[in-house]
Design a protein around this ligand. Structure first.
Ligand SMILES: Nc1ncnc2c1ncn2[C@@H]1O[C@H](COP(=O)(O)OP(=O)(O)OP(=O)(O)O)[C@@H](O)[C@H]1O
Ligand SMILES: [Mg+2]
Length: 287
């Protein structure tokens, strides 16, 4: 059995107007991994995501799910989409039923589950995305952030193995964005594999196990967050910035307030703990 749950191998894809959106993209994702795909506008993130469950078919290269190249036959695609769920960047592309409840129940109903199981899953998805009070509302009357949360609920209710979120926090207010990050942690503890695209370097740095950086249709960097963000030229070259924690760490090192050997902080607490207290400094000088 492959150690990777999902793989993109030498993917090339051009749109009908000739835009070459993916160029020899290679990416391997382990089961249970939290992968962030970082990239500026037009880098190719959404186009790559559309390949993960066969919505787009590559011009060349292929996608493997659990070690096997995916088939584009209707039946196989239906099966694949039970395993790999995508929350689209634009919630209007995802919501089409009259009410929130109907929309979220659509997927589970199509899985052929009992009515009791469908109700259980929809209720849980409503709770997880804090949309219970919206359940009877027509989807077209929701605000953008509410639509976003309902579209996330619709995929959660399908309980896929791999969940692909395209810009999930864009348009969410700070509280709902942070609740969403907690939901991702909960899903991760349940063993789900999660792939999140974002421009938010702080979010990617603090959340992800692995980060892939896309630029101009290519993966230009892939590794653990500390490894990648220790390469400022790579980050700048991809039109991204460093996470504020790393910017602050570098400033403190430059000012001599932190030894250059201090580990990169992952949280605000780490950063503060790294700063030697006055007594620490005196102790260092005395030595
Ligand atoms: N339907 C389309 N027809 C033609 N070109 C397209 C189409 N959709 C996307 N593109 C082009 O493909 C490239 C990659 O776009 P994509 O939407 O994948 O980028 P992205 O990384 O998701 O960007 P963003 O951060 O803005 O969401 C861009 O150059 C874009 O203009
Ligand atoms: Mg996109």
């Amino acid at each position: 059995m492959s150690k990777f749950i999902l793989e993109a191998i030498d993917l090339d894809y051009s749109y009908s107007d000739g835009t070459n959106a993916l160029r020899k993209v290679n990416l391997s994702i382990k089961k249970g991994e939290k992968l962030a795909i970082l990239g500026s506008n037009g880098a190719g993130k959404s186009t790559l995501f559309m390949h993960f469950n066969g919505i787009y078919r590559p011009d060349s290269g292929y996608i493997k799910y659990q070690g096997e190249g995916i088939s584009y036959k209707n039946k196989a695609l239906i099966e694949l989409r039970k395993k790999v769920g995508i929350v689209f960047q634009d919630p209007d592309s995802q919501l089409f039923s009259a009410s929130v409840w109907q929309d979220i129940s659509f997927g589970p109903l199509n899985l052929g589950l009992s009515e009791e199981d469908v109700i259980k899953r929809v209720k849980q998805a409503l709770v997880d995305t804090e949309t219970t009070d919206l359940q009877d509302k027509p989807t077209h009357m929701l605000s953008y952030g509410q639509k976003k949360r309902v579209s996330i609920a619709g995929i959660l209710a399908m309980e896929p193995e791999v969940i692909v979120f395209d810009e999930p926090t864009a348009g969410l207010d700070p509280r709902h964005a942070s609740e969403f990050m907690m939901l991702l942690d909960k899903l991760s503890h349940e063993g789900k594999t999660m792939i999140v695209s974002t421009h938010d370097v702080d979010l990617a740095y603090s959340w992800a196990d692995q980060i892939a950086i896309m630029y101009n249709g290519q993966i230009v960097g892939h590794g653990n967050p500390c490894e990648l963000f220790s390469q400022p030229e790579l980050i700048k070259g991809a039109d991204l910035t460093l996470p504020w924690l790393i910017e602050m760490h570098c400033e403190l090192v430059n000012k001599g307030w932190l030894p250059s050997s201090a580990p990169l902080p992952k949280t605000k607490q780490d950063l503060l703990l790294n700063i030697p207290t006055q007594s620490n400094q005196l102790w260092r000088i005395a030595r």
